[in-house]
Design a protein around this ligand. Structure first.
Ligand SMILES: [Zn+2]
Length: 163
C-alpha cells in the first residue's frame, strides 16, 4: 500500500468498484449516484438489464416469455435507461427467437429424435394403414418396404420406373 499525499485523489472520489482481490478501481467516479467510473457504471447497468430482461423470459422457449422480455425492454427504453441502438438489437434477437418457436413445435410434433431408425411414415399414413389392416403388418399389401437409410430412399426415388 503506497502512502497517499494530500494531492492524490481521495478514495471516495474514485470509482467504488473493487476487484475480487479487494483492489479499488483507479478511475474517477463520474456518476455521483453510483460512485462508479463510466466503465464500471456501464457494466453494472448491463448486469441490471440482463436480470430485468430475463426475469420472466422462461429461457425464451415460450412466446409468453419473449413477450415478457419485450415488455421489460420497452420499459427500459421508455425510461431512457437503455440506448435505442442496444434496444433495437435486443428486440431483433427476440423477434428471431420468437420465429423459431413454431418451427421447434413442428419438429417436436413430426419427428422423434430418440429412435434409431428414421420414422418415414406420416401420422395420416399410419392411421390409414392401421384402419385398413387391423392385424399388425410390417409392410402394407402392394407396397415396397421403406428404405432403411436416407441415401437408399433417394436412390429408390431416382431409379423408380414410371407405372
Ligand atoms: Zn471503475
Amino acid at each position: 500500500m503506497q502512502a497517499q499525499s494530500p494531492n492524490t485523489v481521495t478514495s471516495t472520489a474514485r470509482c467504488q468498484h473493487r476487484t475480487a482481490a479487494g483492489r479499488q478501481c483507479r478511475s474517477l467516479a463520474s456518476d455521483p449516484s453510483s460512485q462508479l467510473c463510466p466503465h464500471h457504471a456501464a457494466t453494472a447497468r448491463e448486469q441490471d438489464f440482463r436480470e430485468v430482461l430475463t426475469r420472466d423470459a422462461f429461457d425464451f422457449q415460450r412466446p409468453q416469455g419473449v413477450n415478457n422480455s419485450l415488455g421489460a425492454l420497452y420499459n427500459l427504453l421508455a425510461e431512457g435507461r437503455i440506448s435505442p441502438r442496444r434496444a433495437s438489437v435486443l428486440a431483433h434477437i427476440s423477434s428471431l427467437l420468437l420465429r423459431t418457436l413454431p418451427a421447434i413445435d413442428y419438429d417436436n410434433e413430426h419427428y422423434t429424435y430418440d429412435d434409431d431408425e428414421p420414422d418415414a411414415e406420416t401420422e395420416e399414413q399410419a392411421v390409414a394403414e392401421s384402419a385398413a389392416s387391423p392385424a399388425p403388418q410390417p409392410v402394407a399389401p402392394g407396397k415396397e418396404p421403406l428404405p432403411k437409410t436416407a441415401e437408399e430412399f433417394a436412390a429408390a426415388g431416382l431409379n423408380r420406373k414410371p407405372n
